[in-house]
Design a protein around this ligand. Structure first.
Ligand code: 4AD
Ligand code: MG
Length: 517
């Protein structure tokens, strides 16, 4: 047997650390050198004797110039034949060109067509959301999705770095469970060898057990809610990060949530500039969202919701977006009028802008339909009810950064919440609401520690006591003050990206009406 470490023959084995081709995001190290790029054709422009191929390799885009007089016949016909999303291998010398996307350009010396793509269904023209979601497996290749999902990756890394840096252990909670955590109305049920099992709604209860064993833990896993609601904030399968900490009170949990979010935002601002620019994200609200999150009680939030100031703000907003609607409609008309005489590159620009205008127009129409209803229901809001998505939106419009709302009426909160010792009507829960109307991204609080209180609560919530026997044990053997929360990954990424709907923040969204692809 060959010893893998001491073998003299190792040089014969290709070193997997040195790839035989370059990635577009590393071209700055290769200026003036010949490199090989492998990827897919994102875009192509041609003129006599020249093809300008924009290659996409997942790390970025690079314009690659194929000059008929500088390459052999095979290379030229490869460039000639390449259709959108064909896979290609291009060799050439890297030059700096600030005018080009990515800032570099490849002068191609040889080209290989690896696979010629059939006619690609996603064109630069506008497609409906249903069409795009049905082609999600291909839509992932677009620039916008590139930006969103790379930000998701950065957020994921920030979360791990943040918690690991603070001595938390990552621990996984089971996905198949025997109990409800967040109420029985959104449970996915399944047959489990003759018994009933559920897909987990939250790893919290198992997280509490792990916190009693390890002090500070966090789970990072998929969670499931059979949400019948078709909103822009609901998935049936989403990813939740749930820290749980022994000897933490509500204030400790709120501070931790603020620190974690501040870290996520500042990392994204530092490391995702290219992505945020693709999304045309206004970065000012993000810059303000590093620290200093106001903390208000539920009762204060209700007062804000019902205030004259909020109603006036909505009235102003309606005026502003009606104006915007007129402006972009006019811009769209101008684009159409000039289209006939426009040059090819101008048409491309108009097409791209038209997609943006369409997207925004749809958003505005939706908002104009919604806003009057929202104000009306805010006016009728009664202390003791839960905030709906629109209430959260209206509340957050009063602030310029995330806020933390705490101390909710216990009536609509989960069974495990500790009561406020100062006011028995309240539970020591907290939600972080993201600004700009995004609403709840974190929910959590301090946990009840008393055994008989919890047993009563389980009964009062109509939950099966038998299934919670193990959970009650945590209050039998060294019960201590503890707190935790859950961060919704997709809602957080939606806010950071400044996009409308959370379905684009997960590679393959699962919603009420979507299980394909
Ligand atoms: O507020 P929730 O329901 O809290 C819990 O599940 C607690 N057990 C967490 C804890 O204390 N460990 O959910 C937490 C977060 C929400 O703030 C939201 O960001 C996200 O999970 N979330 C959803 N995201 C997408 N689609 C859904 N249907 C979601 N439901 C909740
Ligand atoms: Mg919640």
């Amino acid at each position: 047997m060959i010893d893998p470490v001491d073998s003299d023959d190792r040089s014969a084995v290709p070193n997997p650390m040195i790839p035989d081709h370059s990635s577009i995001d590393s071209l700055s190290d290769c200026v003036g050198e010949e490199v090989t790029l492998r990827g897919w054709l994102y875009n192509k422009r041609s003129s006599k004797g020249l093809h300008f191929l924009v290659l996409r390799d997942g790390t970025g885009l690079c314009q690659c110039v194929v000059n008929e007089s500088a390459v052999d016949d095979t290379s030229w016909s490869a460039a000639d034949d390449a259709t959108r999303e064909s896979s290609l291998e291009l060799k050439g010398v890297v030059g700096i060109d600030d005018r080009q996307i990515g800032g570099f350009e490849l002068q191609v010396s040889s080209a290989v067509l690896i696979h010629k793509a059939e006619e690609y269904p996603i064109t630069p023209k506008e497609h409906g959301v249903d069409f795009l979601m049905n082609h999600r497996h291909l839509w992932l290749r677009s620039q916008r999705q590139w930006a969103i999902l790379r930000i998701r990756n950065r957020v994921t890394m920030s979360i791990h770095e943040f918690f690991q840096g603070r001595g938390f252990l990552q621990m996984d909670a089971p996905i198949l469970t025997g109990t409800a955590v967040e109420g029985t109305s959104t449970l996915f049920e399944m047959e489990y060898f003759g018994r009933t099992a559920y897909l987990t709604q939250s790893g919290q209860l198992h997280g509490e057990a792990m916190a009693m064993a390890f002090g500070k833990i966090y789970t990072f896993g998929p969670t499931f809610r059979a949400e019948k609601s078709k909103t822009r904030r609901h998935l049936t399968e989403f990813w939740m990060i749930e820290p749980e900490m022994a000897f933490y009170d509500l204030d400790g949990a709120m501070q931790l949530a603020e620190d974690m979010l501040s870290r996520i935002v500042s990392d994204a601002l530092r490391d995702c500039q290219a992505e945020l620019e693709v999304l045309e994200r206004d970065q000012e609200p993000l810059k303000r969202s590093i620290g200093g999150y106001p903390r208000i009680t539920y009762s204060e939030a209700v007062d804000i919701l019902k205030s004259e100031k909020t109603a006036q703000m909505v009235a102003n907003k309606i005026v502003a977006i009606e104006q915007e609607q007129k402006d972009i409609a006019a811009e769209s008309e101008e684009g159409k009028a000039a289209y006939g005489q426009a040059k090819k590159w101008q048409k491309r620009k108009t097409d791209a802008r038209e997609i943006e205008i369409q997207r925004r127009t749809n958003e505005i129409e939706e908002e104009l339909r919604n806003l009057p209803k929202w104000v009306e229901s805010a006016r009728q809001f009664e202390w003791g009810s839960d905030f709906g998505g629109s209430d959260e939106t209206l509340i957050t419009w009063n602030f310029d950064r995330p806020i933390i709302v705490h101390r909710f009426p216990h009536g609509f909160k989960a069974f495990y919440m500790k009561r406020d010792p100062e006011d028995d009507r309240l539970a020591l829960g907290m939600d972080v609401l993201a600004p700009e109307g995004y609403g709840e991204i974190v929910g959590g609080g301090e946990r009840a520690t008393d055994l008989s209180f919890l047993q009563d609560q389980v009964r009062a919530h109509g939950l099966p006591e038998e299934a919670f026997k193990w959970y009650f044990d945590l209050r039998r053997y060294g019960s201590v003050q503890h707190s935790g929360f859950g961060l919704g990954l997709e809602r957080t990424v939606t806010w950071i990206c400044g996009i409308h709907h959370l379905r684009e923040t997960i590679p393959f969204a699962r919603t009420l009406d979507r299980l394909y692809p």
